[in-house]
Design a protein around this ligand. Sequence first.
Ligand code: HEC
Length: 267
Amino acid sequence: MKRKTRNVYIYVNIGLAALVPFGLICLARHERTTTPRWAIIQDMDKQPYYKPQRPSKLFADGRAMRPHIPGTLAQQDFIFVNQAEVRVHPKTWAKGHVVLASKKVYDSVLYGQKLVHGQGQWLTHIPIPLTKRFVERGRTEFNIFCEPCHGYNGRGNGPVNRWDQRLRKEGSPEAGTWVPPSNLLGPGVAYLSDGLIYNVIANGVGTMASYKDQIPVVDRWAIVSYVRALEKSQKVVPVAKLPYPIRTRLKSLTVKLNAKGKKKKKS
Ligand code: HEC
């Protein structure tokens, strides 16, 4: 009897000891540490790199960050162009083609233009199939890149514009020459074709800078789709689609408004 209970103790102890490694693993998974992981095989865990905007003696101009080489396409853009094309032509993807199928697709996706009788014309549609995910991607990117000026609702009153208005109110000399961002829900932008809005993002317009380097090709189209979604949600109708009498009345209205604006400026 005594021997039996001793055996039980031994088994229980062995059992408990066997749980210790699992306990340690659980602990390790829950602990947080700022020291790097302990790597037995180093692979590429540790390698020298430059932080953004740091100098480097390797290059003649002393910059670690390399500018684009003229006449080349950033790899990022290239991949995105291909993905866009792949979605347009799923069959070419199946065949393993990653090169752009034709100059037409290239022009429409990359420049927002198509050739009509040898001349470039702005696309009137987004050359990538629209999905909910795509438009949502557009919203994310819009809220990052466009919202500061155009505002979440696109009406042109983002924080940068509000800041300018505050400076103006205070009569600060820093108020300077800020041009208010366009109202993206006005008839003006509703009238722009999709290709032209794409072009505004890629190359800028007036005082608005280009976002070519920050926003890759497909994301630019995603933003265009979101601008359209914003317009739809606010029921903006392109001027060209309004009934004729309203259109003419609108025209006379805008002329009057412009005349008023001009008079005010002069006085
Ligand atoms: C730094 C501020 C700023 C940001 C950020 C900005 N814009 Fe603009 N945008 C402007 C200004 C200012 C104008 C008016 C330019 C002018 O008339 O000179 C404008 C005009 C426009 C127009 C009207 C063009 C036309 O021909 O009427 C569109 C469309 C537009 N922006 C889209 C966008 C989109 C999309 C983004 C995000 C990728 C964006 N903007 C980001 C300042 C900005």
